[in-house]
Design a protein around this ligand. Structure first.
Ligand code: UN1
Length: 513
């Protein structure tokens, strides 16, 4: 990937061949075992990183604890100013960081830039929000009393993020947590550690320029064991975790055992319902981008198409035809649509899904397969596949993080399609393609989609930051990013003030002394 300017990008971001956090220079301590980051793009080693030990973690926690003491007292709009400066630095680094995301994770360069844009957008959102951390005022039932509520900074927020959005999901959490007066400790995916280091370098610069404590943003590195230090730590009131449902259950239980909070963003099994009134051209674009974008590795990726029998053949042929146009290859080369999967383990899961769907009686419509030869040396490039299947298949019920799309047929009215759409354990994103108002409203009604995200004439992936992002059921129930998602990062306090000379009790209780 040298020809795509990766060397310059790594240098601009301060990512080295061996990344060791030993000083407080960028508030990152890691003296443990060395692990390596290989690019799925070309199989090359990008850099080595030292993992954080338990002792490193202690140092990080001390610096975070110290930082919180002063950061929580800084007026929220001033904290917003820090986030504004962070957004500015991201604008300057958009190209370099977007390239690193693309190279270390394997998503297309456009999507790498898009991910950095999401970071910039959430910073802008957070800046405005820093003047709008509103609580309500209430009318007291007692004379001469006033009631209102306040939102106060909560403390140290632990962030565990996944490889597929190696930088944006961190930003959704931190940008909000910071304006809320919290400090953050981040454990990026061990599959994309260099993206984490690059982000940490950027924010560390902002903090230094403002003479603020480095502990406002902390980084720890390593696998799930490092994450467990946070989930079990009473000093961390909130752990925000993105990843598999399996991981989320472990995080939720560990946090709940100490009555800490967890914010979970877990697996999806997202479907698009295609009704007889759908615009076929829009359906094809939405479905194909949803299924093959990011090589099917978004939690919002389209896994299932639920198509009405009357237009089934037409939609199937249009989608199969579109798959024939897909170019698979180096994601830094903007001519390609589909890059590699993250690693060989993901390729194995992809292969398993294709074997399994056939075993269960499915029919392959677009053949999959692992690509090899020139340009595919990493062994992580796979062909996006389509299979005709049934919703009841075990493999269809399961989220496979790869470009495998299942076509399901429905008959009768839209309620049947909604039953299929809701008939999975996950509840993240959903969509309906229709020009029929009745169908669209039924889909959005209380009897409609049970997902956290429900779209009309838009695919399942590519949500904007302004809305609350997250899902129900095994997706974990958390909401991040826009709307009022900020509230989970603050502690809420109800205040009742008596400005009279007597002390009446609520509920009219008499207690005379
Ligand atoms: C994820 O896959 O974890 O809605 C996040 C989307 C992106 C975010 C996906 N904005 O597809």
């Amino acid at each position: 990937a040298q020809q795509f300017g990766m060397t310059e990008a790594l240098e601009a971001l301060g990512v080295k061949a061996i990344n060791e956090g030993t000083s407080t220079g960028n508030n990152w301590f890691s003296n443990g075992d060395v692990f390596e980051s290989y690019s799925p793009v070309d199989g090359q080693l990008i850099g080595k990183v030292k993992a954080s030990t338990a002792a490193d973690y202690e140092k990080v926690m001390q610096s975070a604890t110290e930082a919180f003491k002063t950061f929580k007292l800084m007026p929220a709009p001033q904290r917003g100013e820090i986030v504004r400066q962070f957004g500015e630095k991201l604008r300057k680094n958009k190209e370099a960081l977007g390239k690193l995301v693309s190279y270390e994770m394997g998503k297309s360069l456009q999507e790498g830039y898009g991910e950095v844009q999401e970071m910039i957008d959430i910073c802008d959102f957070a800046v405005g929000l820093s003047r709008q951390l509103h609580g309500l005022t209430m009318h007291s039932e007692r004379p001469g009393h006033r009631m209102y509520e306040q939102y106060h900074p909560m403390g140290i927020v632990g962030i565990i993020s996944a490889f597929n959005f190696p930088v944006a999901v961190w930003a959704w959490n931190t940008a909000l947590a910071w304006i809320c007066g919290d400090v953050c400790v981040w454990k990026p995916s061990e599959k994309t550690p260099l993206c984490g280091i690059a982000c940490q370098n950027i924010i560390a610069e902002v903090l230094k320029e403002n003479n603020l404590p480095e502990g406002i943003s902390c980084l720890i590195n390593g696998d799930y064991k490092v994450g467990e230090l946070m989930t079990h730590d009473k000093r961390i009131p909130l752990v925000s975790a993105t990843g598999s449902t399996r991981m989320g259950k472990i995080v939720a239980q560990a946090c709940a055992a100490r009555l800490g909070k967890s914010l979970l963003e877990l697996g999806g099994n997202n479907a698009i319902i295609v009704t007889p009134d759908a615009d076929i051209k829009m359906t094809v674009i939405g479905a194909v981008f949803g299924a093959v974008g990011t090589a099917g590795q978004r939690c919002t990726s389209t896994r299932r198409l639920i198509i009405h029998e009357s237009i089934y053949d037409k939609v199937r042929d249009a989608i199969v035809g579109a798959y024939g146009q897909l170019r698979i290859g180096n994601p830094l080369d903007q001519n390609n649509h589909v890059g590699p999967l993250i690693d060989k383990h993901a390729v194995e899961m992809y292969n398993n899904a294709l074997t399994k769907v056939v075993e269960e009686g499915g029919k392959i419509l677009v053949e999959g397969g692992v690509l090899n030869g020139a340009g595919y040396e990493s062994g992580c490039y796979v062909k996006p596949a389509i299979a005709e299947a049934k919703n009841s298949f075990e493999i269809v019920q399961h989220e496979t993080f790869a470009p495998v799309l299942y076509l399901l047929k429905y008959s009768g009215d839209v309620t049947n399609a909604i039953d299929v759409q809701n008939g999975v354990a996950q509840g993240l994103s959903s969509a309906i393609m229709t020009n029929n108002l009745r169908e669209a409203e039924a889909f959005l009604s209380a009897a409609g989609s049970d997902c956290g995200i429900a779209n009309v004439n838009i695919g399942t992936s590519g949500a904007e930051i302004g809305g609350a992002f997250g899902g129900e059921k095994e997706t974990g129930g958390g909401r991040e990013s826009g709307s009022d998602a900020w509230k989970v990062y603050m502690r809420r306090q109800t205040n009742t003030i008596n400005y009279t000379t007597s002390l009446p009790l609520a509920q009219g209780i008499k207690f005379d002394l």
